[in-house]
Ligand binder design. Structure first.
Ligand SMILES: NC(=O)C1=CN([C@@H]2O[C@H](COP(=O)(O)OP(=O)(O)OC[C@H]3O[C@@H](n4cnc5c(N)ncnc54)[C@H](O)[C@@H]3O)[C@@H](O)[C@H]2O)C=CC1
Ligand SMILES: O=C(O)CCC(=O)C(=O)O
Length: 428
């Protein structure tokens, strides 16, 4: 931590803290289990995924060469039910990160009370440099490689960073071909015409908005006119910016992997949405950009990291000016960063709560696939709001009652269901 030159670091590179995504998750899980009175045996069960599959996939590239890609699927704990979680295509995917991501999925499912455990997948690749044909062959190869451990009642993938409904459609088709029957419930985040759910695409952002509204009430901040900064302009970040903009907030900063845009009087979000590409890139069209680091430190009321992990660390947490930080991304704040923000009285709504709208509507999609009967957009929104408002207040009240920060409170709420299910199954 705190090494010389860290401020100059390219944001794509990882800090020492990021090596500890898994370790820091284990530390908070242990703390939550201790507070709940569980023994060390429970911690030993939950500190790592039950299963971690590494696969190597040969894929024919457009130029005729063959490239070998490495991918992972982690299944953290399936005591409650099948595991569930997205698949990430990113050059920086690594084994420990996928493990931590699967553990966060277990916590999310516990917090919003879904009948799932956590899973997560990833492939080391850069889809921004691949053709549609190459992406399709890679997506299908991944499903063939992990097919033995996934399925509608085993482990149900979904979208995450740099994956989308088209990739879900190819994966669903490959799985259905392997099994020789149509299996829409194998994966969620599908296009509507293939059994996708209304509201899934915007669900993560909608869940974040509900958490922002609830957090703003606690801090007496009016959404109308609030200054909002959003890091990341992909699925989560761009919908979120749009919802906040439509609600009358001033979105003064947004960013992507290449830089950030800042306008003190507010950005024209509709214009930016119109110009962004399918990877959530838009800043390359502008000249007066700032860095992602500068974006995070802008003077604002509400800051939403909605891109990648390890963005708020011991290095910059002191400089964050927002009153409320709501984590749409997975793992954007390190343990050290969390401590600094909490000590400074900034309300931090943690990822495992704030970004749980995505998996909640994925669950709705899976339920609709299983029953073959589909709900309206209004029905989905109403159900999502109910779940998220209740979950936010459950975690917030726990944090107040126990006098702890919301991350530890969320872990306490999230870890309980899988612990109890593991105990009833006789595993501990
Ligand atoms: N899509 C979903 O349903 C859910 C997503 N999340 C989390 O939200 C975050 C964003 O995911 P999506 O919006 O789905 O991904 P996306 O692929 O749609 O968009 C990613 C955005 O992050 C930006 N980005 C990538 N690398 C970056 C870097 N090094 N620095 C700054 N920005 C960078 C991209 O330019 C893009 O704007 C991730 O942490 C993901 O795990 C969490 C829950 C559900
Ligand atoms: O929609 C899902 O099933 C999982 C979404 C996800 O990967 C996440 O919440 O991080």
């Amino acid at each position: 931590m705190g090494e010389v030159g860290v401020t100059e670091r390219n944001i794509e590179q990882k800090s020492d803290e990021s090596m500890n995504l898994l370790t820091s998750t284990q530390i908070v899980i242990k703390e939550a289990l201790d507070k709940l009175g569980y023994t060390d045996e429970m911690y030993q069960l939950l500190k790592e995924p039950l299963r971690m599959l590494t696969v190597r996939m040969p894929v024919r590239m457009d130029d005729g060469s063959t490239k070998i890609f490495t991918g992972y699927r982690a299944q953290h704990n399936d005591a409650v039910g099948p595991t569930k979680g997205g698949v990430r295509f990113h050059p920086e995917v690594d084994e420990d990160e996928v493990k931590a991501l699967s553990m966060w999925m277990s916590l999310k499912c516990g917090i919003v009370d879904l009948p799932y455990g956590g899973g997560k997948g990833g492939i080391i690749c850069d889809p921004r440099t691949m053709s549609m044909g190459e992406l399709e062959r890679l997506s299908r190869a991944y499903v063939r490689a992990i097919s033995q451990i996934v399925g509608p009642t085993k482990d149900i993938p979904a979208p995450d960073v740099y994956t989308n409904s088209q990739i879900m459609a190819w994966m669903m088709d490959e799985y259905s071909r392997l099994r020789e029957y149509d299996s829409p419930g194998f994966i969620t985040g599908k296009p509507l015409v293939l059994g996708g759910s209304h509201g899934r695409e915007k669900a993560t952002a909608q869940g974040v908005v509900i958490c922002i509204e609830e957090a703003a009430k606690k801090r007496a901040i009016a959404i109308n006119g609030a200054r909002v900064v959003v890091q990341g302009f992909g699925n989560a970040g761009s919908y979120l910016a749009k919802f906040m903009y439509d609600a009358g907030a001033k979105v003064i900063g947004i960013s992507d992997a290449y830089g950030a845009l800042y306008a003190p009087d507010g950005l024209d979000i509709d214009y930016l949405l119109d110009r962004r590409d399918s990877f959530g890139t838009v800043t390359n069209l502008f000249e007066n950009t700032i860095t992602n680091k500068e974006l995070l430190e802008l003077d604002c009321d509400i800051l939403v990291p909605a891109a990648i992990s390890n963005q708020i660390t011991a290095d910059n947490a002191q400089n964050i000016k927002a009153s409320i930080v709501v984590e749409a991304a997975n793992g954007p704040t390190t343990l050290e960063g969390t401590k600094v923000l909490s000590d400074r009285g900034i309300l931090l709504v943690p990822d495992v709560l704030a970004s749980s709208g995505g998996v909640t509507v994925s669950y709705f999609e899976w339920v609709q696939n299983n029953q073959g009967y589909y709900w309206s957009d209004e029905e989905v929104n109403e159900k999502l709001r109910k779940v998220l408002v209740q979950s936010f207040n459950n975690v917030y009240d726990t944090s107040e009652r126990q006098n702890i920060n919301m991350r530890l409170a969320a872990y306490m709420v999230g870890v309980r269901k899988m612990s109890e299910a593991s105990r009833f199954r006789g595993w501990i």
